[in-house]
Design a protein around this ligand. Structure first.
Ligand code: ATP
Ligand code: MG
Length: 454
C-alpha cells in the first residue's frame, strides 16, 4: 500500500535516508493514513541521534524538545515535523514516565514501547507499512489493544488507561477484553499521574464526536472516581421530578453529546447539574427541587477545573455558563435580557442558549425549546439594533459626570448604573442632554460628598 505524503514530510525522510539513516513516519500519523484521514501532524522516527538530526537539518530552524528524549522539531513553512531518535524506555518508576531513555538503532524497539497496536506502526515508501503487532488488523476491527501484556504496559504508565478511553471515544472503537480488564484493575493508580497529563487526554475525550462514550467508559473502569468524584454522585441520582426523566448522570451524558464540540461549552454541559445531589429538597407532593444548584454548580466547577489545571479563561467561562443556565426558566422581558447580555457578552450569550436548548431537550421527551429560539431572536435584534444594554453604551460617561461637578469615586458608578436602569426601561432616554437632566434630578451635588435625593 502506498500513501501520498506531503512534500515537506517526504523531504525530511529523504534527507535522513540519503545520509545513510533509516527514517519512518510513525504512530498516530500512520494510523490516520490507514483510516483514510489526513494526519493533523506527522511524526518521524529515525536511528539518527539528536545531534545528527540537528546537523543534517542545519539549513532549517530546529527546536529541541527535551534533547534527553531525543526529539528535534524541524520547522518548515508548511508545518513542523517532530523527528525522534528510536527509543527504548528505561526503568519505569511508580507508573510514571521513565527517568531515562535509551536511544536505539532498531525500529522494533521504538515501536514496542508505544501504547496501542494501532499506534505502533511505521511507514515509508520503500518498506511500506511495518506492523509487528497486527495494528492494521485491530484498526480494521475497531479494537484498542495494548502492545504486549496490558498489565505490564499500564504499570509502566497509568496514563495509558485514559489514553485507551480517549482513542476508543475518538475513533468509536472497542477496548479489547484483556486491555479493558487491566484498565479496571489499575484505574485506582491514576492518582499517581499528574493532572496536566490527565487533563490533556480528558479534554480530547470531551471534544470528540460523542463524549458520552468516554465518560461512561471512565465511570465503568473506575477512573472517574479517581479524578472526577463529584460526577459519581450524579450516577443513579433520581431527581424525583416529573420534568426530569433520567438520573442526573444520564441526563448529563445526553447534554454533552448534544452541544457542539467547543471545549468550554462541553465542560459546562458536563458540570451543569453537579450541584444537584447537594441541593435536593422534597416538597409536600413528594416532588424534588434543586434550588441554588446553579450557583453551587458554578462554584464546584471552579474547584474541579482548578484541580484539573485548566486555564483561568476556561474556568471563568465554564462557571459563568453554569451559574446562568437556569435563566432558561425565567420569564425575561427586554430589560432582563439586556442585563443577561451585559453579564454574558455578545458571544457567550449564544453559547448559553446552546447549553440551555440541549439541557431542555435532554430533560424529557416532550420538552419544547420554542421559547429559547424566540429568546435568541430577541437578543440578536437587541444587538443588531445596537440597543444600549451596558453602561459602556450610555451617551454619557464618568468623565462627563466629573466635568458636571460630581466627585470622583463610587458615586460615578452609582449614577451610571442608575442611568442604565432607566435606559433599559426606555432606550429613547439614551441622549446626553436627557441623561444629564436625569442625573441632576436624582443625584444632588455637594462640595464634599454627594447625597442621593431618593
Ligand atoms: P493525536 O492524533 O490525537 O495526536 P497520536 O496517536 O498522535 O494522536 P499522541 O499523544 O500525539 O497521539 O502520541 C503520538 C504517539 O506516541 C502515539 O501514537 C503513540 O505511539 C506514542 N505515545 C504517546 N503517548 C504514549 C504513552 N503514554 N505511552 C506509550 N506510547 C505513547
Ligand atoms: Mg499526535
Amino acid at each position: 500500500m502506498e500513501f501520498t505524503i506531503p512534500a515537506y514530510v517526504e523531504r525530511v525522510l529523504d534527507k535522513l535516508k540519503e545520509n545513510g539513516f533509516s527514517a519512518y513516519i510513525v504512530g498516530g500519523s500512520v494510523r490516520d493514513m490507514l483510516l483514510g484521514k489526513t494526519p493533523s501532524d506527522y511524526d518521524v522516527a529515525t536511528d539518527a541521534l539528536p545531534g545528527e538530526i540537528e546537523e543534517l537539518f542545519g539549513e532549517y530552524k530546529t527546536i529541541q524538545v527535551g534533547k534527553k528524549f531525543g526529539t528535534i522539531v524541524v520547522v518548515q513553512k508548511e508545518g513542523n515535523i517532530e523527528v525522534t531518535t528510536f527509543r527504548q524506555d528505561g526503568e519505569y518508576i511508580d507508573g510514571r514516565r521513565p527517568e531515562e531513555v535509551f536511544f536505539s538503532k532498531n525500529l522494533k524497539d521504538d515501536l514496542s514501547r508505544r501504547d496501542f497496536t494501532i499506534n505502533a506502526m511505521a511507514y515509508n515508501k520503500e518498506t511500506g507499512i511495518i506492523d509487528y503487532f497486527n495494528g492494521a488488523e485491530d484498526l480494521k476491527y475497531n479494537i484498542i489493544k495494548t502492545v504486549g501484556k496490558p498489565e505490564d504496559r499500564f504499570k509502566e504508565d497509568y496514563l495509558r488507561i485514559i489514553r485507551a478511553v480517549r482513542f476508543a471515544t475518538q475513533l468509536g472503537f472497542t477496548i479489547e477484553e484483556n486491555t479493558l480488564n487491566a484498565c479496571k484493575l489499575y484505574s485506582k493508580y491514576l492518582s499517581n499521574i499528574s493532572m496536566e497529563r490527565i487533563q490533556e487526554e480528558f479534554f480530547k475525550i470531551m471534544t470528540s464526536d460523542k463524549p458520552s462514550l468516554g465518560i461512561r467508559l471512565l465511570k465503568d473502569i473506575g477512573a472517574l472516581e479517581v479524578f472526577l468524584p463529584e460526577l459519581m454522585e450524579a450516577v443513579g441520582f433520581n431527581q424525583r421530578n416529573p420534568h426530569h426523566e433520567n438520573d442526573v448522570f444520564d441526563h448529563t451524558l445526553c447534554v454533552i453529546d448534544r452541544v457542539e464540540p467547543i471545549l468550554h461549552l462541553r465542560l459546562a454541559a458536563l458540570f451543569h447539574d453537579i450541584g444537584k445531589p447537594h441541593t435536593l429538597t422534597i416538597d409536600e407532593e413528594g416532588v424534588g427541587h434543586f434550588y441554588g444548584h446553579d450557583k453551587l454548580g458554578a462554584k464546584m466547577s471552579k474547584a474541579i477545573l482548578k484541580r484539573l489545571k485548566a486555564s483561568n479563561e476556561i474556568i471563568d467561562k465554564v462557571s459563568l455558563l453554569i451559574d446562568r443556565h437556569m435563566t432558561q426558566h425565567a420569564n425575561l422581558k427586554a430589560k432582563g435580557l439586556k442585563r443577561l447580555l451585559a453579564r454574558m457578552g455578545e458571544e457567550e450569550i449564544f453559547t448559553l442558549l446552546k447549553l440551555q436548548k440541549a439541557d431542555r431537550s435532554c430533560s424529557n421527551r416532550n420538552a419544547k425549546i420554542d421559547d429559547l429560539i424566540e429568546r435568541e431572536e430577541k437578543i440578536k435584534e437587541i444587538i443588531e439594533r445596537k440597543e444600549p444594554y451596558s453602561t459602556k453604551h450610555l451617551a454619557i460617561n464618568g468623565d462627563d459626570l466629573i466635568k458636571l461637578g460630581y466627585n470622583e469615586g463610587r458615586i460615578i458608578g452609582e449614577i451610571l448604573n442608575y442611568l442604565l436602569k432607566r435606559v433599559l426601561e426606555d432606550p429613547d432616554l439614551n441622549e446626553k442632554e436627557k441623561l444629564i437632566q436625569i442625573a441632576k434630578e436624582q443625584f444632588k451635588m455637594s462640595e464634599k460628598w454627594i447625597v442621593k435625593s431618593f
